[in-house]
Ligand binder design. Structure first.
Ligand code: ATP
Ligand code: SF4
Ligand code: MG
Length: 377
């Protein structure tokens, strides 16, 4: 159960990587001013296309890479702590990756791998360490005797349990799971998700859960943040995001989830994601999604949308939710469906009409315009 205590927080977090493109030095703007808050006991799902900056954000939150902005662990600003002082705080937040081989040294026994963080961060005796290793192996549903075996003696699901045991051995407050179940088959995935949920209740963990699998994110998360080209474009309680997404990007991401029933699939006209994610060395002006957005208006290419609170919880960065964009001299959110259709068909306003025409998207029908139930554009 989540509480009001904020265990992990970032304000205006930015990460850029110097790269060379076509013989020139430039900068990948991987994270562009992210604010994020994780409450105690909460699972925060982080979704977005490949390359949107999810892993970079996670690594910056853990201070594994340099960043600008503020990161707070349990209210303590750790952004500028020197490495010695930060070492004491590092154990509060741990990470589990997609491939447990990357965190488990195949030449070390399971026990030796789990003992490593205990040796670095605690003064436990070897008997106390052995006791703690048995405890965490049991907690993750494994036999305590497995401590003497090597990682390659285990299945993928068991190895991920070992990686989780290693991640929780120091009793962290937060576990960052970066595609932690993505490589597992469905039944093993379910078991590991059940384990994460059990651990949340038993030892009071909070999760930042990064996944491409929106069904898994919906199942496990309390709150969801949607990332696009280094920014959080929408966030909110999980049910509000999945049932009433406010940002067009969230809508197309959710629409990309296949419907199991082919008849139902054909009956649903989908709003599809067009084109590729833009070059992060040169993000588009205004709203970074404007070149791919079926609702783009003239203002979208010029002015970055502010963060606006959304009824039902959370916020979105989109001009459709501000009073800013106008069509035929009136705020677009106040127009009827027929008025929008008439204006965009003629483009006489010169804003939405032009940009929708220029978008040359496949004729969309019965799409959900944020802020209104259904519309035919
Ligand atoms: N070390 C690096 N040097 C240069 N560019 C990088 C580096 N790490 C990440 N990037 C770039 O930063 C952007 C964000 O990458 P990141 O790996 O965070 O995305 P992601 O959302 O985790 O993607 P995926 O879903 O594929 O894991 C991408 O454009 C990526 O190419
Ligand atoms: S601000 Fe404009 S381009 Fe961006 S998501 Fe909203 S409508 Fe689309
Ligand atoms: Mg990633």
């Amino acid at each position: 159960m989540s509480t009001d205590k904020i265990v992990l927080q970032a304000e205006d977090l930015k990460v850029s990587f110097p790269v060379r493109r076509a013989g020139h030095s430039t900068t990948v703007q991987a994270v562009r001013g992210v604010d994020i808050r994780l409450r105690a006991g909460e699972t925060l799902g982080l979704v977005g296309e490949s390359g949107s900056g999810k892993s970079t954000l996670a690594r910056a939150l853990m201070r594994l890479i340099p960043s600008e902005g503020t990161v707070k662990f349990d209210g303590l600003d750790v952004s500028h702590l020197k490495s010695g002082a930060f070492r004491k705080e590092r154990k509060r937040i741990q990470m589990v990756f997609q491939d447990p081989y990357s965190s488990l040294n195949p030449s070390l026994t399971v026990g030796a791998s789990i003992a490593e963080p205990l040796k670095v961060h605690t003064k436990l005796s070897s008997a106390e360490r052995a006791q703690r290793i048995s405890e965490v192996l049991t907690l993750v549903g494994l036999n305590a005797d497995y401590a003497d075996r090597y990682p390659d003696e285990f299945s993928g699901g068991q190895r991920q349990r070992i990686a989780i045991a290693r991640a929780i051995v120091l009793n962290p407050e937060v576990l960052v799971c970066d595609e932690a179940v993505s490589a597992l088959d469905v039944s093993t995935q379910n078991q590991v998700i059940n384990l994460l949920e059990e651990l949340r209740d038993k030892i009071g963990l909070s999760y930042l859960f990064i996944s491409h699998d929106l069904a898994v994110v919906r199942h496990i998360s309390d709150y969801v943040a949607v990332m696009y080209l280094g920014e959080i474009v929408e966030e909110g309680p999980v049910d509000r995001i999945f049932e009433a997404a406010a940002h067009p990007y969230t809508q197309v991401l959710l629409n990309a989830v296949p419907v199991p029933d082919p008849v139902a699939q054909r009956a649903t006209t989908k709003l599809l994601l067009r084109g590729d994610i833009p070059d992060p060395t040169n993000p588009p002006s205004g709203c970074a999604f404007h070149q791919r957005c079926p609702f783009a208006m003239a203002i979208c290419a010029q002015t970055a949308p502010p963060k606006v609170e959304i009824p039902g919880g959370g916020a979105a960065k989109c001009h459709l939710h501000t009073s800013g964009p106008v069509l035929a001299g009136r705020p677009i959110n106040s127009l009827t469906e027929a008025e929008i259709t008439a204006e965009t068909a003629t483009g006489k306003d010169g804003s939405a009409g032009e940009s929708l025409a220029a978008a040359s998207m496949p004729a969309p029908s019965r799409v959900t315009v944020p802020g209104r139930p259904e519309s035919s554009l």
